[in-house]
Write a protein that binds this ligand. Structure first.
Ligand SMILES: [Zn+2]
Length: 103
């Protein structure tokens, strides 16, 4: 996934939410050329996905990611699950808080 910068809208790399993108997970680059996808750099996560990732609640993340894409989900789910598995394997450390402090 790509590094966010001020000119692009932050999107959660897990569920595609565009709000509360407060976390970034460091991750090694990986790609699967046979499948035609890959990942470069860290993964952005919204507040909800961060909570789910920290608690290993991948079924909850999948429910959120599926929202609005029910029609194509059976087609894309295998790739997405593989991506997440690769993310878990290639993740290099704890999440960094990148959002705005609310305290
Ligand atoms: Zn999310």
């Amino acid at each position: 996934m790509s590094e966010s910068n001020p000119t692009t809208v932050a999107v959660c790399d897990f569920c595609s939410a565009t709000e509360s993108i407060n976390w970034r997970y460091p991750c090694k680059d990986f790609d699967d050329k046979s499948a035609g996808w890959g990942s470069a750099g860290g993964w952005a996560a919204c507040e909800s996905c961060h909570h789910s990732i920290e608690n290993g609640m991948w079924a909850t993340i999948e429910r959120r990611a599926k929202r609005g894409r029910e029609a194509v989900w059976p087609l894309i789910a295998p790739s997405i699950r593989t991506m997440w598995a690769e993310f878990r394997r290639n993740r290099t450390g704890p999440a960094h808080f990148t959002g705005r402090e609310t305290r």
